[in-house]
Design a protein. Structure first.
Length: 240
């Protein structure tokens, strides 16, 4: 579903944020992208979403090249940054209808999906209110709903569990698995290593812009824990 081949991003001034990164996320797979702040996670996620240009390499989503066919690739993708920008002057329902219009979701489908996810996240009663009146957690739930109603083939998330209450986190984990059960895939970054270890089928660890370990979660973790493996790998490289 997602193929990243020799991806490199160098910013003006010569700073290389990500260097020669290659990984693959198969249909039906949840991949956790792990790394310290500044390791290159968000840069990579933004490139996958088609928001950030890159220096070299290739990124394909469902076989569509994000640079050669950006509209086709983005049509299959939903991306949520760690702090999503939402049009706060709109009401919640207006924002969701805007997203549904952009992704050409029919009136009947959007009504069903907005009702389903709005009820699940306890937001239906607030959709008639201005987004500016929402709490941070409510805005995060609205952003999640806007992604889920698209039924993306690839869901890309940057720190999705930060700020969610336990009930919403539990719901989100279930919906991520549903996407995979329907043949889609999930690629997300997180600092919550316990969640990644339990939820993800595969793990990719990035350090200072380079991928240092990837594979099935059980193979990466072995007889240890993801936290111990991550700290061991990154501390050794920091020392060297």
């Amino acid at each position: 579903m997602l193929t990243i081949s020799h991806y490199t991003k160098t910013y003006p001034g010569g700073k290389t944020a990500v260097e020669d990164l290659s990984l693959h996320v198969a249909p039906g797979e949840i991949c956790g992208f792990i790394g310290h702040n500044g390791a290159g996670k968000t840069t990579t996620l933004r490139a996958v979403a088609g928001i950030l240009s890159f220096t070299q390499g290739r990124i394909c989503i469902g076989g569509r090249d994000i640079q050669k066919d950006p509209v086709g690739a983005k049509a299959m993708t939903a991306f949520l940054p760690d702090n999503p920008d939402i049009y706060e002057f709109l009401r919640g329902i207006e924002y969701l209808n805007l997203i549904a219009d952009l992704y050409e979701i029919s009136a009947s489908d959007r009504q069903k999906r907005i009702g389903l996810y709005g009820d699940a996240f306890g937001l239906t009663g607030e959709l008639g209110s201005a987004i500016a009146s929402y709490s941070h957690g409510m805005k995060q739930k609205l952003a999640l709903i806007s992604a889920l109603i698209r039924r993306p083939k690839l869901l890309v998330l940057d720190e999705p569990f930060v700020g969610l209450d336990p009930a919403a986190s539990h719901l989100l984990k279930g919906y991520l698995q549903e996407i995979c059960d329907e043949g889609g895939a999930v690629f997300f970054s997180t600092h919550v290593l316990e969640v990644a270890e339990k939820l993800c089928h595969t793990i990719a660890i990035i350090q200072q812009g380079r991928l240092i370990r990837q594979g099935p979660t059980q193979e990466v973790v072995g007889d240890s824990s993801l936290e111990d493996v991550f700290l061991g790998l990154t501390e050794r490289r920091d020392v060297s």
